[in-house]
Design a protein around this ligand. Structure first.
Ligand code: NAP
Length: 553
């Protein structure tokens, strides 16, 4: 295949989640022949799949929504400060329908492989329905947490009751009344589930290996009048998000941690703990992210809060993390999570003391006892960020596979391109500005940058684009360096590539998954690259090969 006319599409976007929806909007607006291939039966990504009770934003709803359309901002009414999954999925459908995006999406199309054809400078994309589609550019909008992982424990198939990973919570209503439910995991997902279902089940047994720090979400409804005020403030809201490191409305307290009195410190923490969302995390002193002592003081404050809310002191101690400090990973936000443990029907099993032995026909066996259940919920997390790439056979130049290239550590240019993989873009890939921030703010930045790059190419009849190896090394080294100043490097979480259920992702080895420099620095860097004629990126013109590179980095 050697001419434009023979291509099935100019661009194939993989994934119809928050990123894919906006990406196809930009491409359609540019008049490009493009399609979204989505493995699920419908659009929504994270919000299509995560239907577990309690699933909701940890971002203020009005900072999570897209900012690109005034019409959408004017018409959509967020009903809660931290909106729940059903409403979030409705919102994404509202956006897709408003701009007729659905007609550019194909569902139940799992991309199995994408192979770069060097002779013709195009991608061949194999889909689960048997088709092989060609395109010039492939854009992976795969989602950061879309590859759920089950625990590596024997007997999962043996259980005779009902069982599922939280990501695959059934779409139909699950009546939990009188059910004996076991849940494995105490990450952000389990923390939402437990808070929500504790008073709806018969018995709930939580299997905890390591506790996580939590803070109250402090959710509330948004009235018509409040929504009017929010609409009037949208410009200001998005300006604030653009200038804060996390892409939220929360701005750090810029007073020096060691310059304020004890009384002022505790006054701030008392206030932030009762404020909505990530206030206690992101409106805090900046030192809590980098300074051991500052972090330890805040951690002790939060530990005291836990002790104050959980009646049984022994249970409270088990719920207080000892291996990492508060806020060195994304803080799980909770509603009634800690109080759930004050209920007679909720039981905590510390599997760091009595490890899981196996799943049995009747339930879960630890080294101490066998627990019988009607339902087992696996809240055991994700093969984050790179996992969804690893499940597609992606082959770039010279037969190099992305899986091999990233086995030890992902390497990227700006988190959006990979050397050796021409014409491949990732608006929110590993090491991009999305993961450690308010996702959609990062995603919009990524989609805009990728779309502008494509416009630049098409305006110049360029059909080949690839990050140079030097630019990739420079960026990846920078990402690694940013970790060295953050206490985050000490936590075992998906930010450090930890997942005990995936080979090569175990504790003790850091995979540099996210960019930690914050939104303003990230945006300044990617804009600078663009302004300098895409420094660090090589282009080739129509029908020219790599040897005839026309633009340089
Ligand atoms: P996670 O944070 O990775 O938690 C997984 C949990 O399962 C951990 O407690 C882990 O224990 C446990 N686990 C895994 N394998 C196990 C095994 N073999 N045996 C025993 N326990 C095992 O995953 P998640 O809770 O799904 O959250 C992932 C991310 O999703 C969060 O960090 C957050 O960014 C995002 N999220 C956001 C929201 C929101 O509010 N919008 C809600 C949910 C999730 P160990 O820690 O000991 O490994």
């Amino acid at each position: 295949m050697d001419s434009e006319a023979n291509l099935d599409y100019e661009v194939i976007v993989v994934g119809a989640g928050v990123a894919g929806i906006y990406q196809i909007k930009r491409l359609i607006d540019m008049g490009i022949r493009a399609v979204v291939l989505e493995a699920d039966p419908d659009l929504g990504g994270t919000w299509y799949n995560n239907r577990y009770p309690g699933a909701r934003f940890d971002s203020e709803s009005y900072t999570y929504g897209y900012s690109f359309s005034r019409e959408v901002l004017d018409e959509w009414h967020w009903k809660e400060m931290f909106s729940g999954q059903p409403e979030n999925l409705k919102y994404l459908n509202f956006v897709a329908e408003k701009f007729d995006l659905r007609e550019h999406m194909q569902f139940d199309c799992r991309v199995q492989s994408a192979v770069f054809d060097e002779n013709n400078e195009l991608w061949n994309v194999k889909v689960s329905d048997g088709r092989e589609l060609s395109c010039r550019i492939v854009i992976f909008a795969l989602g950061l947490l879309s590859q759920p992982t089950m625990p590596r424990v024997d007997g999962v198939e043996d259980f005779k009751g009902r069982a599922w990973h939280t990501y695959n919570w059934p779409h139909e209503d699950v009546d939990l009344t009188d059910q004996r439910v076991g849940i494995i995991g105490t990450g952000a997902t389990a923390i939402q589930v437990i808070g929500e279902i504790a008073d709806k089940v018969g018995e709930l047994t939580v299997f905890q290996r390591r506790p996580n720090w939590v803070a109250p979400l402090n959710n509330s409804e948004i009235s018509e009048d409040q929504m009017e005020e929010i609409r009037a403030r949208y410009d200001e809201i998005f300006e604030t998000c653009a200038r804060t490191p996390g892409g939220f409305e929360h701005e750090p307290d810029r007073r020096g941690f060691y310059e304020v009195s004890e009384a002022e410190k505790y006054e701030l923490w008392d206030r932030l703990y009762d404020e909505p969302g990530f206030s206690i995390w992101l409106r805090n002193f900046r030192e809590i992210f980098t300074d051991e002592q500052a972090n330890a003081e805040l951690s002790e404050y939060i530990a005291q809060r836990i002790r104050g809310r959980v009646k049984d002191p022994a249970v409270a101690e088990k719920l207080i993390p000892k291996d990492h400090g508060f806020g060195v990973q994304r803080v799980p936000m909770e509603t009634g999570y800690l109080e759930a443990y004050n209920r007679d029907n909720v039981h905590l099993v510390d599997i760091s003391e009595t490890p899981l032995e196996r799943i049995t026909e009747k339930g879960i066996r630890t080294t101490e006892a066998e627990f019988e259940f009607d339902i087992i919920v696996y809240a055991t997390g994700f093969d984050a960020i790179t996992g969804s790439f690893d499940h597609i056979d992606i082959q770039g130049r010279d037969g190099l596979t992305l899986r091999e290239k990233w086995f030890d550590n992902p390497t990227t240019f700006l988190g959006m391109m990979v050397s050796g993989f021409p014409n491949l873009l990732m608006p929110s890939g590993p090491q991009s500005g999305s993961a450690s921030t308010n996702y959609p703010r990062g995603i919009e930045n990524g989609v805009n940058w990728c779309s502008d790059l494509l416009e630049y190419m098409w305006a110049r009849d360029l059909q080949y684009v690839e990050a140079t190896a030097e630019a990739e090394t420079r960026w990846t080294d920078h990402v690694i360096k940013m970790y060295s100043v953050m206490l985050m490097r000490k936590a075992q979480s998906w930010f450090t590539g930890y997942n005990s259920n995936v080979d090569g992702h175990e504790a003790g080895k850091i995979r540099y998954m996210v960019y930690n420099g914050g939104t303003p620095k990230y945006v300044a860097t990617i804009n600078d690259v663009a302004t300098k004629g895409y420094e660090g990126i090589r282009f080739a013109a129509e029908s020219k090969r790599l040897g005839n590179v026309t633009a340089v980095g």
